[in-house]
Design a binder for this molecule. Structure first.
Ligand code: ADP
Ligand code: MG
Ligand code: ZN
Length: 612
């Protein structure tokens, strides 16, 4: 990219120079020259005004006594002397000036006549060269199509990633330390007859640091890191993917010890023979080539293939066979301690105020990945800069959490008085129910400032990270989700569109509870409906019904019952605690936002979990 800009500048200068030299050639005799006619020259001769006449071909260059330059063109057929005699000038006048014959420099004459043509040819040549080069470039691209576009991180690159850059994920790091050891001292393992692992598969949700960790392994071991993304393989031409794989592995072997990293391997490594899409054959060939290359490694080739995926469920089992990606490292979403550590890692190069409490940030970011956390910190830094602060404070951090979770604040989105009132009741309803139901998450913040698509929002977050959920939590959660709708209905006897997102979430939760988690009291615990993945268009997921019409009806009845019960719970709470609801609404309308501590002041301590 940069190179071509430089080239263009160079060409531009050449063209400018060429034009400039053309002009300068024509103006070699740059003193002003007056063109006169022959009569005038004869007149001047007779007036004895002339100092010198230089004959240059058909051009007569006249220098007057006062130093003025003039020029005259004579006819081709007569010589200068003939010209003079034909005007019958007296001989004594002819002695008054000196005469000189300038032999025209044939080269400059030639140049003058040829230059325009030469320049034309030059420009046309230039144009042709350009066009040719472009075609060649395209050709070259076509030729290098089969070469991998793998990016390479050299071993001594200054911005080397190491395990220090990766926070949390302790187990994964421990497991990968072994790989680092293999790469550093292969002899130690070979001496004991151990086979060096060929492939490591990193599995985990997006943004949990798979790519980062793979780089860190290369950084720790001090070996080159060749990376390519699975989705890059899937291009139009059949056979290209396979040849790229071949090239990639050849390069790795040349640079061994090295790490080959295939990001998003699910893009090529999906189960074979089940696809419908057009790129299916191509994918299969690419996958086969990867497997062939891995099988073809000599036992001490010292190239380790790392791959990452967030869809281990769709991978072809052949990839997971021993001798291929037999090491599998799982990365989970970070827990609260890991989140704090990740925040610390990314806070290192950011100036922060004393009041910043990363633990508190970690508490509020349950469920966020490392990438999300990095994003929160970045948003906080941007916000601080926009507020002309020198350091990031806690308030920017908390604000950016909400921005990342719900969407940007929309201060310009002014609610009308009536809308404000409805939103306040809606959010107060959510908050009150969340506060009073023992299995619902405690309220951290209620706000009627628009954010993203929401007119207002209630932030209720779990006290600690949870991996297992009980039915009672789902039941309470559904009630919290429906509380906004119910409150609108109870207070205004009419509902707005503001609750549709809540309804969707509540319905989904209720359905999952019955069809996925076996939590129905009436139906037997089994999975209802089979998820079927269509490879066609990548991510299409369709559910296939594997139950009868009768069961379908029962599922519907069960879902309806759950929703009905939740609404009843909400109604009861609203009836019994109307005073608290009104108190929250009044505060919201006045201040727009209520933080956790103030909320507890209004509503009293949170009703806690029964069996805690
Ligand atoms: P993945 O490949 O799993 O989708 P990445 O490795 O690309 O995720 O992570 C994206 C970014 O998130 C990283 O560049 C890093 O800044 C941040 N990140 C994710 N996990 C961690 C972690 N455990 N420690 C530090 N930073 C992390
Ligand atoms: Mg990645
Ligand atoms: Zn709502």
């Amino acid at each position: 990219m940069k190179k071509s800009i430089l080239k263009n500048i160079a060409i531009f200068f050449i063209v400018v120079l060429a034009i400039a030299s053309l002009f300068s050639l024509y103006n070699l005799d740059s003193e002003p020259v007056e063109n006169i006619d022959i009569q005038k020259m004869v007149q001047e001769i007779n007036d004895e005004k002339i100092d010198k006449i230089a004959v240059q071909g058909n051009k007569l260059n006249i220098t007057l006594l006062d130093g003025t330059n003039q020029s005259v063109y004579k006819e081709d057929i007569e010589s200068f002397s003939e010209l003079l005699s034909s005007y019958e000038i007296s001989p004594d006048k002819l002695t008054k000036f000196s005469r000189e014959v300038v032999k025209e420099d044939t080269f400059s004459m030639l140049m003058k006549s040829l230059l325009p043509t030469l320049l034309m040819v030059f420009f046309i040549g230039l144009l042709l060269w350009f066009m040719l080069r472009q075609v060649q470039g395209a050709n070259k691209n076509a030729m290098s199509f089969g070469l991998s576009k793998a990016r390479e991180q050299k071993k001594d690159s200054k911005t080397k990633t190491t395990f220090k850059n990766v926070a949390g994920v302790k187990e994964a790091k421990e497991e990968l330390l072994e790989i680092v050891d293999f790469l550093k001292n292969p002899k130690k393992f070979l001496a004991l007859g151990a086979k060096i692992p060929k492939g490591v598969l990193l599995m985990g949700p997006p943004g949990t640091g798979k790519t980062l960790l793979a780089k860190a392994v290369a950084g720790e071991a001090g070996v080159p890191f060749l990376s390519i993304s699975g989705s890059e393989f899937v291009e139009m031409f059949v056979g290209v993917g396979a040849s790229r794989v071949r090239d990639l592995f050849n390069r790795a072997k040349k640079n061994a010890p090295a790490i080959v990293f295939v990001d998003e391997i699910d893009a090529v490594g999906r189960q074979r023979g089940s696809g419908l899409g057009g790129s299916h054959d191509e994918r299969e060939q690419t996958l086969n080539q990867i497997l062939t290359e891995m099988d073809g490694f000599e036992p001490n080739a010292n190239v380790i293939v790392m791959a990452a995926t967030n869809r281990p469920d769709v991978l072809d089992p052949a990839l997971l066979r021993p001798g291929r990606f037999d090491r599998q490292v799982v990365l989970d979403l970070p827990d609260i301690n890991d989140r704090e550590e990740i925040l610390q890692v990314h806070m290192r190069n950011k100036p922060t105020e004393q009041d910043v409490n990363l633990r508190h940030v970690a508490e509020r970011t349950s469920g966020m990945s490392g990438a999300d956390l990095e994003n929160v910190l970045n948003e906080a830094a941007i916000l601080a800069a926009r507020n002309n602060l020198k350091k990031i404070t806690q308030s920017e951090l908390l604000n950016s959490i909400e921005k990342v979770m719900i969407g940007p604040e929309r201060k310009s989105h002014v609610l009308s008085e009536q809308e404000k009132k409805i939103t306040a009741y809606h959010e107060a309803g959510h908050a009150l129910v969340a506060h009073l139901l023992p299995n619902a998450d405690p309220v951290h913040k209620v706000s009627i400032i628009s954010r993203g698509h929401a007119a207002g929002y209630t932030l209720s977050l779990p006290e600690s990270d949870k991996y297992l959920h009980k039915k009672s939590e789902f039941i309470d959660n559904i009630a919290v989700l429906l509380a906004g709708h119910t409150t609108e209905k109870v207070i205004f006897s009419e509902v707005t569109t503001g609750a549709s997102n809540d309804l969707e979430k509540a319905t989904k939760t209720a359905r999952r509870l019955i069809t996925r988690y076996g939590m129905s009291d009436k139906l037997v615990p089994r999975i209802y409906g089979e998820k079927e993945e269509l490879i066609f268009l990548g991510r299409d997921i369709r559910e296939q019904r594997n139950y009868s019409e009768k069961i379908a009806e029962e599922i519907d009845t069960e879902i309806d019952q759950l929703i009905f019960d939740a609404v009843e719970t909400d109604k009861k709470i609203l009836e019994n605690h109307r005073d608290k609801l009104e108190a929250i609404v009044a505060e919201l309308i006045e201040k727009e936002t209520i933080e956790k501590d103030r909320f507890i002041e209004i509503c009293g301590p949170k009703v806690s979990r029964e069996n805690k």
